[in-house]
Write a protein that binds this ligand. Sequence first.
Ligand code: A3P
Length: 289
Amino acid sequence: GQQTQLTEVAGILLQTSTVGNWSQIQNFEAKPDDLLICTYPKSGTTWIQEIVDMIEQNGDVEKCQRALIQHRHPFIEWARPPQPSGVEKAKAMPSPRILRTHLPTHLLPPSFWESNCKFLYVARNAKDCMVSYYHFQRMNQKLPDPGTWDDYFETFINGKVAWGSWFDHVRGWWEMKDRYQILFLFYEDIKKDPKHEIQKVMQFMGKNLDETVLDKIVQETSFEKMKENPMTNRSTIPKSILDQSISPFMRKGTVGDWKNHFTVAQNEMFDEIYRKKMEGTSINFCMEL
Ligand code: A3P
């Protein structure tokens, strides 16, 4: 059955199990050599995770698969007892650790800021993100039913989705980017020139891989390859959690699918809301390739 498993913390909806583990999460001890992958949901988390993994493993696909099986970059706010929480998994990991989060800046465990570790943020344009999240909520049985597209349009704009408002999330991280070690990337840029963006990640991670390895990473992290890869397409997750017959996890992987969903009126309304909510920021998104 469909259950609404979201609870509000500081005005933001999070999974109820996460909220149940809130003090452990807030007391998380970050280390200076941690790398935290940060994204708003549906912005390319799985993609950047695979890229980072391939760089870490020097392009060795098999090692990468093994690493994924072992830890999959613990998601710090993940809690689903009796399985070990993200915090517990992270604690058990050797350093340097690669961790993940969808938390907005104001809910991040404070030790991350104090540790001065590295952050890798990936942002995706709001319209494609909304479309992707809509289809994800249709197939994810642990999240509320999104209702119709028109219903969801309101829900998303009002930030009444898990991990809160896209606008606040992206603004918050964008505003932090010059104060901390944050590599701020865009989904659209990775799509347009994967090699260039992968190279930036490599440099940020303090790695130096040769051209052939880089080319291999570009190939192995393409949408087509990742859609076929059981470690990245989530086909190992039971249908009772992710029902891929409704919508595949690796759905389209494109820029501009919003054009197939937004009506002209919705698009105008959205642009107006976007202008107001993002007023004063210098961030700029590519809406089509
Ligand atoms: P779509 O639903 O638009 O297809 P996350 O991993 O943060 O949940 O994001 C999922 C989105 O990233 C999905 O978008 C998915 O298809 C896309 N994605 C995953 N791997 C990708 C890749 N290698 N190239 C392009 N898009 C990718």
